[in-house]
Design a protein around this ligand. Structure first.
Ligand code: KG4
Ligand code: ZN
Length: 372
């Protein structure tokens, strides 16, 4: 079984082919990706209009590249999957329409994938993880703790009530005059800074509900920065180290709360999985590793190229659905918002109400913080 997957929800255009053989062994035949980071860098964040235009310009080449690198043609594909949201709506429409067009001309099944579901199912592609498991998804657009109980069976245990963690890294970096994306820059400088010099808050620490809040922390960095301004190199490194230490504390405390909440809805997890761009951070990984060891859990961190946005995760989610007989028809809408716990594991027929409203509502909806 082979599925072509297309991703275009944010600033990466990606296409990939994933295969499962007769023994249930999965492999990535190709994973083509083009990042738009350079086009957005001058603005310090992703500009939706620039993103949508850039997707249009490259998407057909990327699909061709994914097929070439896999050494196959569309004839050898069993289904075509695309991320239908959540995300920047202009970009989502580009990938979704491309996939629908390919499905229409080839007569192959089409599968609309929730981008968050694709992140959530990736550890099954990379590490064969069995359900249920706890997913900590931390990227520029998402900060969620999710109980993954089965394909289409997700319970969102907690989320951020303001900024995503990657966004907090990026905004803090911008305040300190560091380039975009800020996460890797902050991590680099934190290595030579003093994590105890600035007393920063640990928002929501100790709360039972495993939600996150980051905007107060970001503001605290700004206030401390203004207090010692003009900033020397040492000040910046110390602010980075203090900020990262606060984030690490918050992540560990919130994940502990997530593990407790998990027991109530899904029993004992088979693994703790961390995914998303922020999972590349060494300090965060090390702390999560410690937590997993203490709680007797296996920590699974898919390789960075599969943790961040990519086409293979969309193809894989398509494959998981296809082998359960779940496909979609070509009216499946693009969605700016699409909460993970509303994704059904069964036939994706929507209610008449949703169908009537979804396209115009999505087009006029403001971009949700959790959806970019
Ligand atoms: O998953 P991703 O590539 O894209 C989405 O946001 O969906 O994540 C990008 C985010 C950015 O906010 C970036 O600053 C952050 O991940 N990031 C990091 C590190 N590497 C990337 N944050 C902290 N430490 C890092 N080493
Ligand atoms: Zn993502």
């Amino acid at each position: 079984m082979r599925v072509l997957g297309i991703e275009s929800t944010c600033d990466e255009t990606a296409a990939a082919v994933v295969e499962v053989d007769g023994n249930g062994h999965s492999s990535i035949l190709s994973n083509a990706i083009l990042s738009q980071i350079a086009q957005h860098a001058a603005y310090g964040g992703v500009v939706p209009e620039i993103a949508a235009r850039a997707h249009v310009e490259v998407i057909d080449h990327l699909v061709a590249r994914a097929l070439n690198e896999a050494g196959i043609t569309l004839d050898n594909i069993d289904a075509i999957a695309a991320a239908a949201g959540p995300g920047l709506i202009g970009g989502v429409i580009v990938g979704l329409t491309t996939a629908k067009a390919l499905a229409l001309v080839t007569g192959k099944p089409f599968i609309a994938i929730n981008h968050l579901e694709a992140h959530a199912l990736t550890p099954r592609l990379t590490d064969n993880v069995n359900f249920p498991y706890l997913l900590l998804l931390v990227s520029g657009g998402h900060t969620q703790l999710v109980a993954v109980r089965g394909v289409g069976d997700y319970v969102r245990l907690g989320t951020t009530i303001d900024d995503a963690i990657g966004e907090a890294f990026d905004k803090t970096a911008k305040m300190l005059g560091l380039p975009y994306p800020g996460g890797p820059e902050v991590e680099k400088l934190a290595l030579r800074g003093d994590p105890e010099r600035f007393a920063l808050p640990r928002p929501l620490k100790g709360r039972a509900v495993p939600d996150f809040s980051l905007s107060g922390l970001k503001t605290a960095v700004r206030i401390e920065g203004e207090r010692v301004s003009p900033l020397s190199g040492t000040d910046i490194a110390d602010l980075c180290a203090s900020f990262q230490a606060a984030i690490v504390d918050v992540i560990i405390d919130r994940t502990r709360a997530g593990l407790r909440a998990f027991e109530a809805v899904a029993g004992r997890p088979n693994a703790l999985v961390v995914a998303g761009g922020v999972a590349a951070n060494g300090a965060i990984r090390a702390a999560l590793h410690q937590l997993a060891t203490k709680t007797g859990l296996k920590l699974v961190t898919p390789p960075p190229a599969l943790c961040t946005d990519n086409g293979a995760m969309i193809a894989w989610a398509g494959l998981e659905r296809l082998r359960l007989g779940i496909t979609d028809d070509l009216t499946a809408p693009a969605r700016a918002r699409w909460p993970l716990d509303s994704v059904k594991g069964q036939i994706m027929a929507e209610t008449a109400d949703e169908q009537a409203l979804s396209v115009p509502a999505d087009l006029i909806e403001p971009i949700a913080e959790q959806s970019v």
